[in-house]
Design a protein around this ligand. Structure first.
Ligand SMILES: *[C@@H]1O[C@H](CO)[C@@H](O)[C@H](O)[C@H]1NC(C)=O
Ligand SMILES: *[C@@H]1O[C@H](CO)[C@@H](O)[C@H](O)[C@H]1NC(C)=O
Ligand SMILES: *[C@@H]1O[C@H](CO)[C@@H](O)[C@H](O)[C@H]1NC(C)=O
Length: 266
């Protein structure tokens, strides 16, 4: 605890001393360009080492790292700040500046200093909220897409429940993927593990025998599991080459994850 505080104040001192160096370069004391927000993702292109000229694009999904605590931005896993904050932008510091709503009263103007918990690891910007991160062994060559939308369509459903009575009147959808998306994100929300609950408030799940994935970018991979925690090996993986087709599962799927194929810390 003490040593991390010392480190933070040393960084602040260093930042004051090098005011002439542009914001992007100052982040984590290295050579990064195009430092910006895309939707709720922080994006930067950094040099992995002094001898290289090819930059690595790395991104961080900020709602999973930052929260709005009574109108003040703070670091927190799965913090979800963006639900109650508006007009967010990157400011000198480097900081994330937003107008955030407290429980009562008007929005507050708040800025979080990003390099407190975002650092360069071999050219990848990563957060250290979970301890020192390990940079990915292989960097992705895929960039974060301009259209972040993905959607999934689960079909051939069966009712599953820990309560045997709740599935009595369930009529499964026959033989194909539905026309309406069953899950959709326009912000490119990464999904660690999601099951379908019907209704949302009680623990009754819908399993699925087929799944279609749509995305206008070639930038996601969806993994399907036969358990609610997404553990073990996926029973099916749907990548960009399978988008738009109703893929049959080898057995009923219970849950899925949606993973960005670009360099992403989420
Ligand atoms: C990132 O860290 C590597 C060492 O891990 C270093 O060689 C490189 O210069 C740093 N780049 C930036 C942008 O700070
Ligand atoms: C970087 O380049 C210098 C000079 O070209 C060389 O001496 C050094 O070994 C290189 N370092 C690495 C890590 O490749
Ligand atoms: C928020 O505060 C910063 C720093 O004091 C200031 O530069 C900025 O204009 C403020 N933004 C709003 C919307 O009030």
């Amino acid at each position: 605890m003490v040593s991390s505080k010392v480190a933070v104040s040393l960084i602040s001192l260093a930042l004051t001393a090098v005011d002439a160096i542009p914001l992007a370069a100052r982040l984590i004391g290295g050579d990064c360009t195009d430092f910006h927000l895309q939707g709720q993702w922080l994006v930067a292109n950094c040099l992995p080492s002094q001898n290289t000229t090819t930059r690595i694009q790395s991104t961080i999904y900020l709602p999973n790292k930052i929260t709005n605590h009574e109108g003040t931005l703070e670091w927190k896993q799965k913090g979800g700040y963006s639900q109650t904050c508006a007009d967010c932008r990157i400011v000198d510091g480097p900081g994330l500046n937003c107008q955030c709503r407290p429980t009562g009263g008007p929005r507050k103007n708040t800025t979080l200093t990003l390099d407190e918990h975002i650092k360069n690891y071999s050219g990848h910007l990563l957060t250290d909220l979970d301890g020192t991160p390990t940079p990915p062994p292989i960097s992705s060559s895929i960039d974060i897409p301009s259209d972040l939308t993905w959607s999934t369509f689960q079909g051939d459903n069966q009712c599953y429940s820990t309560n045997a009575d709740s599935c009595k009147n369930f009529s499964p959808s026959p033989g194909s993927c539905p026309k309406q998306a069953t899950a959709i994100s326009s912000d490119g929300i990464p999904v660690q593990c999601q099951a379908f609950r019907i209704p949302v408030s009680i623990p009754v799940w819908e399993t699925f025998g087929s799944l279609r994935v749509d995305a206008s970018s070639q930038a996601y991979e969806v993994e399907i599991y036969d358990n609610l925690d997404c553990t073990g090996s996926p029973i099916k993986t749907i990548g960009p080459d399978k988008y738009g087709t109703c893929e049959k599962m080898p057995r009923q799927g219970y849950a899925f994850s949606v993973m960005p194929l670009w360099n992403a810390d989420y």
